[in-house]
Design a protein around this ligand. Structure first.
Ligand SMILES: Nc1ncnc2c1ncn2[C@@H]1O[C@H](COP(=O)(O)OP(=O)(O)OP(=O)(O)O)[C@@H](O)[C@H]1O
Ligand SMILES: [Mg+2]
Length: 152
């Protein structure tokens, strides 16, 4: 089964997006899910949350946006949290490619999605980035109450 991709997004800065992404991933990992955190914010705070400070710029999620040949599997780092892997952000990513290729995220993670249950992606605040994502839903049984993470 393919991974469910969750976007943690809010245009306003400092509202807990990175904190939610890191802690949600750790909790899901502890519950037995195989989780990949894709840190889309060039500030790299989700990476920092897992102790990854200075990623190699050629081994980041943003490198895969620019170059379809990048082997994203080689950029995945294991974290100290059970079940949680991370792809770090490029600190110099300027967001320009998103204007011409808004589906670059979906394309970049497509080859590795089958290896995971959940992929929480942490989007940057501000108006420069415009990933084409639908609101995600968390929850289990049909008919059960569900928590909605808005992507707008
Ligand atoms: N539930 C919470 N209770 C108290 N403080 C929190 C909570 N969630 C996050 N914080 C704190 O709020 C601050 C901002 O959180 P965070 O960095 O996750 O926000 P952000 O939306 O990712 O910011 P940015 O837009 O800069 O990426 C941090 O200092 C964090 O520790
Ligand atoms: Mg943040």
């Amino acid at each position: 089964m393919f991974a469910r991709v969750l976007a943690v997004a809010n245009r306003k800065g400092g509202t807990g997006k990175s904190t939610v992404a890191v802690n949600l991933a750790a909790e899901l990992g502890a519950r037995g899910y195989h989780v990949l955190v894709a840190d889309l914010d060039p500030q790299g705070h989700a990476g920092l949350g897992f102790g990854i400070e200075m990623p190699d710029a050629s081994r980041t999620i943003h490198a895969a946006f620019r170059d379809e040949q990048v082997e994203l599997a080689g950029a995945i780092c294991a974290t100290s949290e059970p079940g949680v892997d991370l792809i770090a952000a490029d600190r110099n990513f300027d967001g320009r490619i998103l204007l011409s290729d808004p589906r670059c995220l979906a394309r970049a993670i497509a080859p590795i999605k089958p290896n995971y249950d959940v992929v929480p992606t942490r989007l940057a605040a501000g108006g420069r980035q415009s990933y084409r994502l639908r609101p995600a839903r968390l929850g289990g049984r049909a008919g059960a109450n569900r928590t909605r993470l808005s992507c707008t």
